[in-house]
Design a protein around this ligand. Structure first.
Ligand SMILES: Cc1ncc(COP(=O)(O)O)c(C=O)c1O
Length: 422
């Protein structure tokens, strides 16, 4: 059997990769894998992955592609029947009517974001991102020389951005404003009035494009329905790119199908970007996504209702735990508790909690519960946990978190065994 040669490689990563951090969510998943390989019983609420199987219709749709012999290179923008299903979805769910030339599909929402920034961002361009945000926007923009300008959102505002704060962050270098509601990691949803105020700001900055990432649109709670920016401001159609996909709503993360609708010149440029990277996406996955999008919404509704039940179990428990606060998520499947009151505490294992990063590390190492520090999402003093996990896992995760927070002691109080004899 031959083995790989041991010779030294002259390879050096390009600057754009060398300076690219591993997203905290992926780093956490790696650490979980290591701990499990060492035999530890770790519960992971770290990644945003539905715990349901993909719909049976999607599987049938994929098989149909094979049976019908659709196994050649697909068109770059996506197969016509899938793009038509996306077009119908925008009409059905959003009341938006896009010509097919304004629609494309890619390997997940992530590739659409990559395509859009690759197609548009020049060195020094600024991308305004309300924080907390999904980790990938600043990282991808940075690969193309863009700079994220973070606009903090506050728990007291329900983590919704203030329009005036967005205005203050914009200038002639601003290329994009990124909106992601329902939001990862907070679950916040924008009201119509928020969108009207944001649209008024955008009208004063006519060159700014808007990326509206609506991938959690169907996962909303308490009867709330998210509104799309184009519903309140159709005059902005020339500069809004809607990013969406089947990963979250249809529990199809591994299929890698995302879709976008936006102005034709941008979509054309994104197709060119994709054409030089991955070409069109897997035909089987396209057939599966098409079948899912064309199926009745009951399956999605069932999963949504389960996420809401889990939220209703988990959030009150988080709120009752020592030192934690937690805004009620209005959508998606994450809770984003604050842990500021626990800073300066010591763990039973002797660690000092001086940040959200130290908190999540100690929680993983000492209580074997994986979450993600808020600073990875641009909001320190918080952490994110996903409730896309079984009731049993969530129950045990809450019990571990309860025991862990209850065991923390203010740093000024030494543990009993270390106290000086009186
Ligand atoms: C806000 C947001 N947008 C986009 C994505 C990308 O999803 P995918 O590439 O699986 O479609 C994710 C995944 O976690 C996300 O949370």
């Amino acid at each position: 059997m031959s083995t790989a040669p041991k010779a030294q490689s002259p390879f050096k990563p390009a600057r754009r990769i060398a300076s690219l951090p591993v997203p905290a969510t992926i780093a956490m998943a790696e650490r979980v894998r290591q701990l499990r390989a060492e035999g530890r019983d770790v519960i992971s609420l770290a990644i945003g992955q539905p715990d349901f199987p993909s719909p049976a219709v999607a599987l049938e749709g994929a098989v149909r592609e094979v049976r019908e012999g659709h196994t050649g290179y697909p068109p770059l923008a996506g197969q016509k029947p899938l793009r038509e299903a996306v077009q119908a979805k925008f009409r059905r769910d959003n009341g938006l009517d896009f010509p097919l030339a304004h629609i494309m599909v890619a390997n997940g929402g992530k590739q659409l974001i990559f395509n859009a920034f690759m197609a548009s961002v020049e060195d020094g361009d600024e991308i305004v991102v309300p924080a907390p945000y999904w980790v990938s926007y600043p990282l991808i923009a940075g690969m193309f020389g863009g700079k994220a300008v973070e606009v903090p959102c506050y728990e007291a505002d329900g983590f919704r951005p203030r329009a005036e704060a967005l205005r203050a962050a914009m200038n002639e270098r601003t290329k994009w404003l990124v909106l992601n509601f329902p939001n990862n990691p907070t679950g916040a949803i924008l009201e119509r009035s928020d969108l009207e105020a944001i649209a008024a700001v955008l009208r004063d900055f006519p060159n700014v494009m808007v990326m509206s990432d609506e991938i959690y649109e169907h996962l909303t709670f308490d009867g709330r329905k998210p509104v799309s920016l184009l519903n309140v401001a159709p005059d902005l159609a020339g500069r809004v790119l809607i990013v969406n996909g089947v990963s979250k709503a249809y529990a199809m993360t591994g299929w890698r199908v995302g879709f976008a609708a936006g102005p034709e010149p941008l979509i054309k440029a994104m197709i060119r970007a994709q054409g030089n990277a991955t070409s069109g996406i897997c035909t089987l996955a396209q057939g599966g996504a098409q079948a899912a999008l064309q199926s009745p919404m009951e399956g999605v509704e069932r999963m949504r209702a389960v996420y809401q039940e889990r939220r209703d179990k988990v959030v009150p428990r988080l709120r009752a735990m020592k030192g934690l606060s937690c805004a009620m998520p209005e959508g998606a499947f994450y809770a984003f508790p604050g842990m500021k009151a626990l800073k300066g505490h010591l763990t039973a294992g002797g660690r000092t909690i001086d940040s959200d990063v130290a908190f999540t590390e100690a929680l993983l190492e000492e209580a074997h519960l994986a979450t993600v520090p808020g600073s990875a999402f641009g909001q320190a003093d918080h952490f994110r946990l996903s409730f896309a996990a079984s009731d049993k896992e969530l129950e045990e995760a809450c019990a571990r978190l309860e025991r862990f927070t209850a065991s923390l002691r203010p740093a000024s109080l030494r543990p009993a065994s270390h106290q000086m004899p009186r």
